[in-house]
Ligand binder design. Structure first.
Ligand SMILES: Nc1nc2c(ncn2[C@@H]2O[C@H](COP(=O)(O)OP(=O)(O)OP(=O)(O)O)[C@@H](O)[C@H]2O)c(=O)[nH]1
Ligand SMILES: [Mg+2]
Length: 471
């Protein structure tokens, strides 16, 4: 008995090794990470990307498509059995059904495998038949990357830093009052811990609503199936010096450490470490609309998010990655269909400036980077309208709130991104002279020709940068 089961597992071991070898030799796998802060457009991006890779009529910017080398693209079961599947079909029917609407918020990691049959480019093209290439797309919240910084901080350091940062935020007042009043050296009692964690979570959610992006620990906002568990029942407290056994402080410390080892590390090990190509989506227009403080906050959050791609700084991460690195990173400003195309270069320039620091670092780490502005699902059409004798480049669409059609002019983005980023950095309260409007549009009703995916802006260029060289 024992011998046969041993042999069994040996054979199975050999089989899986064999599978992997043949897969890597003959069927290359590209793992594409899609991330961004909440509501940045991840779900819509993946849905439209996949739909447009299945029906490639609008993907002329993808060179392999242009050259007619893609024979087929189809969905396949994903390789990871324990990761939820990205619910492509229902998101697509949300967007393209008879009553189109935006998909619901998604709060966890998910994955989808798309496979291609494509003929290689160049000289080999005529000699070799089509090869299979697998694209594994992994959707995960950008907030989870922000948690990387926690690994290097003790509970005390994290507490001090967080309390200092939120000291003057009105959203944090109630939590701060409790945190200062609590007896840290008193015995741990669960209701106290729960009340503190509850108030802290309420603060985090309110802060995010108000446009702050530094809302970590990431799982407090996106708990998934960890909601209510002890790893999420802690909060930053004004501690000083070592804790004693069975005190509130000791238990808070222990849970903070558990969060690091049981929530943060597994994510980096199981998901992040395996990514080859990465797209970071940014709702830059949304932040500009909210004002200078939101823009500055987003710039900082981007820099923090992107430090994960420069693993040299984090000892644990660089040891785990063993030199493997993300090869390409695309920074994409989403929802560009809110702007007439005349303004797109300016949006891209803002995107480049926003991520400049972080991009320079990534370059240093050997990753190729690019920035562009795109709309995964185009919800508007363009038109020029005259207003007080001036021709304004507008977009027209169905307003989400009223269902009415309207033309909209969002304001003139500056040619020089510094005109936005410098006041933001200097703590300006509002934009000088210009107001940047933002209208939420509903997805448009579509009638797609056979072979065409949903309408988009530059999704094909994004795909070319991210995977084009491997097709
Ligand atoms: N006009 C327009 N709006 C978009 C586009 N992509 C996303 N949006 C808007 O942005 C919202 C958020 O998009 P999602 O794709 O759900 O964003 P997400 O990053 O998956 O959000 P979470 O799952 O909540 O983190 C949508 O509900 C739309 O209102 C686009 O290409 N054009
Ligand atoms: Mg989502």
């Amino acid at each position: 008995m024992v011998i046969s089961s041993l042999a069994d597992s040996l054979v199975r071991g050999v089989e899986t090794v064999g599978d992997r070898v043949s897969e890597t030799l003959f069927e290359p796998v590209i793992r594409l990470g899609v991330t961004g802060l909440a509501r940045s457009g991840k779900t819509v991006f993946i849905t439209s990307l996949v739909a447009n890779l299945l029906d490639r009529g609008r993907m002329t910017g993808l060179v392999a498509q242009q050259e007619g080398r893609i024979n087929a693209a189809y969905l396949q079961p994903q390789p990871d059995d324990t990761v939820p599947r990205f619910d492509f079909e229902s998101h697509l029917s949300d967007l393209t059904g008879p009553e189109p609407h935006w998909p619901d918020s998604t709060r966890a990691v998910s994955e989808l495998r798309l496979s291609f049959k494509a003929r290689p480019a160049g000289l080999l093209s005529g000699l070799q038949g089509p090869r299979k290439i697998h694209l594994d797309i992994v959707d995960y919240p950008g907030e989870w990357l922000l948690d990387l910084a926690l690994l290097e901080k003790s509970y005390e350091e994290w507490s001090h830093e967080t309390l200092e940062r939120i000291e003057r935020r009105p959203q944090a007042a109630e939590f701060l009052a409790q945190a200062k009043a609590v007896d840290l050296a008193g015995p741990h009692e669960e209701p106290t811990a729960q009340a503190l964690a509850g108030l802290f979570t309420t603060y985090l959610n309110a802060a995010r609503e108000a446009g702050f992006y530094d809302c970590t620990p990431g799982r407090f906002i996106l708990p998934g199936d960890l909601a209510g568990s002890p790893v999420l029942t802690f909060a930053p407290l004004p501690v000083s010096g070592p804790s004693r056994r069975r005190t509130l402080q000791r238990e808070m410390e222990r849970r903070y450490e558990a969060y690091k080892s049981q929530v943060v590390k597994p994510f980096f090990r199981d998901h992040f470490a395996r990514i080859d190509r990465q797209v970071v989506l940014v709702d830059a227009l949304g932040a500009i609309h909210k004002g200078p403080q939101a823009v500055e906050d987003m710039r900082r959050a981007m820099a923090d998010i992107l430090s994960a791609f420069r693993p040299g700084r984090n000892a644990w991460l660089s040891q785990m990655l063993l030199g493997k690195r993300v090869e390409r990173i695309l920074f994409a400003a989403t929802k560009a269909d809110h702007l007439h195309h005349l303004q797109h270069p300016r949006l891209t320039a803002i995107m480049e400036a926003l991520t400049r620091e972080a991009r320079d670092r990534a370059k240093f780490a050997g990753a190729e980077t690019a920035a562009l502005s795109l709309a995964a699902l185009r919800a508007t059409t363009e038109e020029m309208r005259s207003h007080d004798g001036v021709e304004l480049p507008c977009v027209r669409g169905t307003l989400l709130e009223s269902g009415k059609k309207a033309a909209f002019y969002p304001g003139d983005l500056p040619e020089d991104p510094a005109h936005l980023l410098t006041p933001a950095r200097n703590g300006a309260e509002g934009w000088l002279g210009e107001d940047y409007g933002f209208m939420a549009f509903a997805p448009a009703k579509l009638t797609l020709r056979p072979g065409d995916g949903p309408p988009h802006i530059r999704l094909d260029r994004a795909a070319q940068f991210l995977i084009g060289d491997r097709l």
